[in-house]
Design a protein around this ligand. Structure first.
Ligand code: ADP
Length: 450
């Protein structure tokens, strides 16, 4: 096992990783920017190192500073959390060159899945169903027009290097193509430094269903069921749940088996998520994330498996001891991503939390790094915390969610808690009858007032 783990992240995920390390008996090192001196992960870690000024590029993304922190503290492994350097293959390689373990997949798999075109090709080669589209990037506008006629409208222009819901454009008709191509290429170049664009059939009302995987890099791999992340705003997940209200056991077992076999075939190491759009009973691969995800607690609540502990174990070279038969699903879990934002305009609302009272009780989990008197800095994402609720059935889970949301007090800043209170009362949500555009349509109706 590792001697000491440096956590190259902040906020709730830094705390989440720290908890797993504590339970494994592994000492931890927190790193932080000057804006995060008072952060909870710094307080709870065994050691901490300041790695730079507030902007992430100078601190949490500062590879030389992170290497120096490993050197000073003697950390022999780095957990990247999500975001920041978690899907940076070069970072994983550099750590390796300095004899520090990266807690994540091998660099070649991070690189493969980070290029959406290569990922899609690889998925197809592994027998995973994909969204119909261009085979690779489009070379020219003429090429794009020809392919668009084959695929048919509406279609989606996607940046090969895209992520975080950016670098995507829906094209409804041929006359929108030229402008759309120019815009998507320019945006992709500016945001990702790569203007490669590809085409994909646009699915009108699919659900977003993703499969959690875990592998030991030696050919053992299992799946841990699905999460339904269809409730999104600007292609960003807002509410996640498992099991999906749209799947039955047979459908889950089928897609899970395909994905787990693919992970065995590539000898995947660590945790990962294979994301699909699901429409008319068909799964279509969109991408794979090669890291722990924000919504991983949903899976933990319905399987009782600590994904971060397992991730650390396999990264340290241990065999995967869990088998597919060990994974038993029970009950239902829902996660709400609570942001420091106005719940109607989604304007960021950083500042000081003057009262904080998280909910508790049976089946309620709050993953957060804020506390009474904590000031949310304006430099990073706006996630205040995640409320995860478990129940024996989906209806018990919803009942418990409403109860927990009623208890939740975060004063001094605006949060998206009122949005979740409204969602938990909506008939379509209660019926589990929603798709990836449902939330935007709900918001556009002005259902929530400021
Ligand atoms: P990112 O890496 O930016 O998260 P994804 O490829 O995972 O991008 O897509 C994010 C979201 O965008 C999906 O969950 C879905 O809502 C929407 N989306 C992506 N591809 C399509 C498509 N072909 N048709 C319809 N919606 C799509």
């Amino acid at each position: 096992m590792f001697d000491k783990i440096l956590i190259a992240n902040r906020g709730e995920i830094a705390l989440r990783v720290l908890r797993a390390c504590k339970e494994l008996g592994i000492p931890t090192v927190a790193v932080h920017s000057t804006a995060d001196e008072d952060a909870m992960h710094v307080r709870l870690a065994d050691e901490s190192v300041c790695i730079g000024p507030p902007p992430a590029k100078d601190s949490y993304l500062n590879i030389p500073a992170l290497l120096a922190a490993c050197e000073i503290t003697g950390a022999d492994a780095v957990h990247p959390g999500y975001g920041f350097l978690s899907e940076n293959a070069r970072f994983a390689e550099i750590l390796g060159e300095h004899n520090v373990h990266f807690i994540g997949p091998r660099p070649e798999h991070i690189r493969l899945m980070g290029d959406k075109i290569a990922a899609k090709r690889a998925a197809q080669g592994l027998g995973i169903p994909v969204v119909p589209g261009s085979d690779g990037g489009v070379a020219s506008d003429a090429d794009a027009f020809r392919l668009a006629r084959d695929i048919g409208f509406p279609l989606m222009l996607k940046a090969a290097a895209g992520g975080g819901g950016r670098g995507m454009k829906v094209i409804r008709a041929e006359h929108e193509m030229a402008g759309g191509l120019a815009l998507t290429r320019a945006e992709a170049q500016a945001a990702f430094g790569d203007d490669t664009v590809y085409l994909e059939k646009y699915l009108e009302q699919p659900r977003h269903i993703e499969i959690q995987v875990l592998g030991d890099g030696k050919g053992r791999a299992i799946h841990l069921g699905e999460r339904d992340c269809s409730l999104q705003r600007r292609h960003q997940k807002v509410w996640e749940e498992g099991p999906s209200p749209a799947l039955n056991t047979a459908a889950r077992d089928d897609i899970g088996a395909v994905v787990a076999k693919a992970m065995r075939d590539i000898k995947y190491l660590g945790v990962g998520t294979v994301e699909f759009l699901y429409e008319d009973g068909k799964f279509s691969f969109i991408e794979m994330n090669t890291r722990i995800q924000v919504e991983h607690p949903v899976t933990e609540m319905i399987t009782d498996i600590d994904l971060v502990v397992e991730q650390i174990r396999v990264a340290a070279g241990n065999d995967l001891t869990l088998t597919q038969d060990n994974v038993k699903f029970h009950g239902h879990a829902i996660e709400c991503r609570i942001n420091a934002e106005n719940p109607v305009s989604f304007r960021p609302s950083p500042g000081k939390i003057v009262h904080y009272h998280p909910p508790g009780g049976l089946g309620v989990r709050v993953d957060s790094a804020v506390y009474h008197g904590y000031a949310i800095p304006p430099f990073y994402d706006s996630l205040v915390g995640k409320l995860i609720v478990h129940g024996k059935t989906r209806s018990e889970c919803l009942m418990r969610l409403r109860r927990a949301l009623d208890e939740f007090v975060v004063d001094g800043i605006e949060t998206t808690i009122p949005l979740f209170r409204a969602l938990a009362q909506e008939k379509d949500i209660i019926d589990g009858d929603y798709h990836i555009h449902w939330l935007e349509e709900f918001l556009a109706r002005g259902a929530l007032k400021e």
